[in-house]
Design a protein. Structure first.
Length: 255
């Protein structure tokens, strides 16, 4: 995928969820995006994870809203009276991450909504989250929305957590990702191995390289091309590492 590059024109509404303080922003004539700001406390690696996860999810036809790189110009949103928001926007001048806003979407509630999820879709999402080590798809924090009679995946900033290590990423390709046991869709999922057979052929080397190439240089540590290659090498190795797949299937078998 090649990410759209948009210019934020108006700060619409803060979304006070977690510590990142994302916001709905206008980014075009009729386009609203939920923007995560590079100046937030979690830092730009959250944005890196968002871009790569979105690229991989789109490649395997999982339901994620459209994404874009959203540029904030000098002075953007300075009419906002909240000094915390003003500080955040000043620290975020430049390129930020945006996901299409889904107006009227409601949060996924497992008690009410789980039985309506297709088991193969549930298995595909579990597979995907195990691959990218996404810790945020739990009952406490589902990061799933219901919109237009469909399920949508959002907020992948906590995935790919291996990149918080200073170096020596490659041994982490074999991480079993035991936290998959808490996945909100696990109880509904069909075979994770079957999901692997369906989805793995869609994650080619070119797909991985394209998803990583969409990450702006300014979000990466220096030298950016070296860091970019680490993501490519890690994901290329992890997609064929058996440990996380074995873990996910064994957890499903216990449910």
């Amino acid at each position: 995928m090649t990410l759209k590059r948009l210019k934020a024109t108006r700060y619409v509404l803060p979304l006070r969820e977690g510590g990142s303080l994302p916001a709905i922003c206008d980014a075009g004539v009729a386009d609203e995006y939920v923007v995560k700001f590079r100046g937030a406390g979690q830092g730009p690696k959250v944005l890196v994870a968002e871009v790569i996860a979105a690229g991989l999810a789109q490649a395997v036809h999982l339901p994620v809203p459209g994404v874009a790189v959203v540029e904030l110009g000098e002075g953007f949103g300075m009419g906002e009276p909240n000094p915390e928001i003003q500080d955040l926007l000043r620290a975020s001048v430049g390129l930020n991450f945006g996901m299409e806003y889904l107006p009227g979407a409601i949060g996924f509630d497992a008690a009410a909504d789980l039985e309506g999820v297709d088991p193969d879709l549930a298995a595909s999402i579990v597979w995907f989250d195990a691959l990218i080590s996404n810790v945020d798809r739990t009952a406490r924090n589902p990061n799933l929305l219901l919109w237009a009679d469909a399920l949508w995946m959002i907020d992948h900033g906590a995935s790919l957590y291996f990149h918080h290590a200073e170096q020596n990423w490659m041994p982490r390709t074999h991480d079993r990702f035991a936290m998959i046991t808490s996945h909100i869709l696990m109880a509904r999922a069909s075979s994770i191995r079957d999901a692997h057979e369906r989805l793995r052929p869609m994650i080619s080397a070119a797909v991985i390289e394209s998803a990583v190439a969409d990450v702006p240089d300014e979000w990466l540590e220096s030298p950016p091309e070296t860091i970019r290659q680490r993501y490519v090498d890690y994901l290329t190795a992890r997609v064929d590492a058996p440990e996380w797949l074995e873990e996910a299937e064994s957890v499903r078998g216990r449910d």
